[in-house]
Design a protein around this ligand. Sequence first.
Ligand code: NAP
Ligand code: HSE
Length: 428
Amino acid sequence: MKPVKVGLLGLGTVGTGVVRIVEGHQEDLASQVGSPIVIEKILVQNKNKARNIAIDQDKLTEDPWDIIRHPDIDVIVEVMGGIGLTKEFILEALALGKHVVTANKDLMALHGPEILAKAQENRCDIMYEASVAGGIPIIRTLVEGFSSDRINKIMGIVNGTTNFILTKMSQEGASYLDVLKEAQELGYAESDPTSDVEGLDAARKMTILATIGFRANVALEDVSVQGISSVTKEDILYAKRLGYEVKLLGIAERQDDLISISVQPTMVKQSHPIASVNGVFNAVYVYGEAVGETMFYGAGAGELPTATSIVSDLVAVVKNLKLGVNGMQGSLAYKEKKLKTDDQISSKYFLLLKVADRAGVLARITQVFADFEVSLESVLQQPTPSNPEAEIIIITHDANKAAIQKVLATFESLEVVHKVKSVYRVEG
Ligand code: NAP
Ligand code: HSE
């Protein structure tokens, strides 16, 4: 049994996990694919860096071409991250007929179509299960498990850092900045947390999921993105009082051929299963026309969960190698996308307003909603210490995004509305 030789680009958190699983599960893996899987060479930036895994020093290289152009290496596993150079390495590997497994959501969200086309041109596999929701096999589920169905909605907590922050704010009543600091100290949030907290990481993952789920050529710029940095502990308190949790949700929806994709802090009804996904965990809820509701839950990051997805991809590539069917994935995104306009995107909304506390104010405010045909589900008013001012909480029935924007624009010039403190989409 000739071993299948793998070149690993990167030996950080995920790369170390890949080595552990390939070595630790060798017998099981070999029995599934019919030959041993061997990590032949590993690319690092600094060969002399201390590692928390014992590695044969001869396997390490600082020269990417040692691996990419290695004549005996059949599969490249890319876990170094980055976009520019990494794309060059992957395209070259595919051009040389090597199959590629990657965990790189940034690269796949931005350059997925080009990379997939290159793979197809060269009859190579490109697999990227670990790029979304770490250890949850959601890509394979969408591609294979739901191949017979039409998916109408994908709703996910796909960023663990922000879910950790929102969970702590909810459970401990802590402020956003205090929990962010704690997340950084625990190593969940990076020293520059922008990509996570401003929703960009989630948007990249939703680009990948929507492309696959709707079989359409979705691009990152199609995703409307709002992060969690403006979520306050007061908003979360109000949400809880009304029976909701605040979650950073990626939501991709389709009606007929029209789609919309967004990432935003969302008030989720506590009875919805996604509301109880806490801490760094991820979950993806998928609604299929035939299957109905399904939900997938698990670790969205970390050494071994992420490596599990990568090694499963590796097994799939090697099985294809044995069968001689690599590069037969076909086009995942064969449909031209048609994006919904704001007047076609519909959901419930939560609004928290600070208003003058005197006769007729509520009537003036509800009239604005009526003027734009937004129907209200519930209205709650309470006095505040700064009299004569009151806080009004409104939850609408399903309303289109354009109408809500018109309501908000009208409030700007309405003397009785002192401030629109918060606006959230509502789900569940
Ligand atoms: P990491 O810990 O920073 O490791 C990166 C590795 O790549 C290091 O071994 C580094 O070498 C090497 N490397 C980086 N740039 C290089 C270059 N230009 N030339 C040579 N070697 C280079 O990163 P990670 O957390 O494992 O993440 C890797 C990828 O997986 C990223 O795309 C990330 O988005 C994705 N991902 C990560 C997770 C997670 O839980 N961490 C989850 C899902 C997906 P040195 O060791 O010598 O510095
Ligand atoms: N920064 C990401 C998260 C890591 O917090 O979920 C996994 O992609």
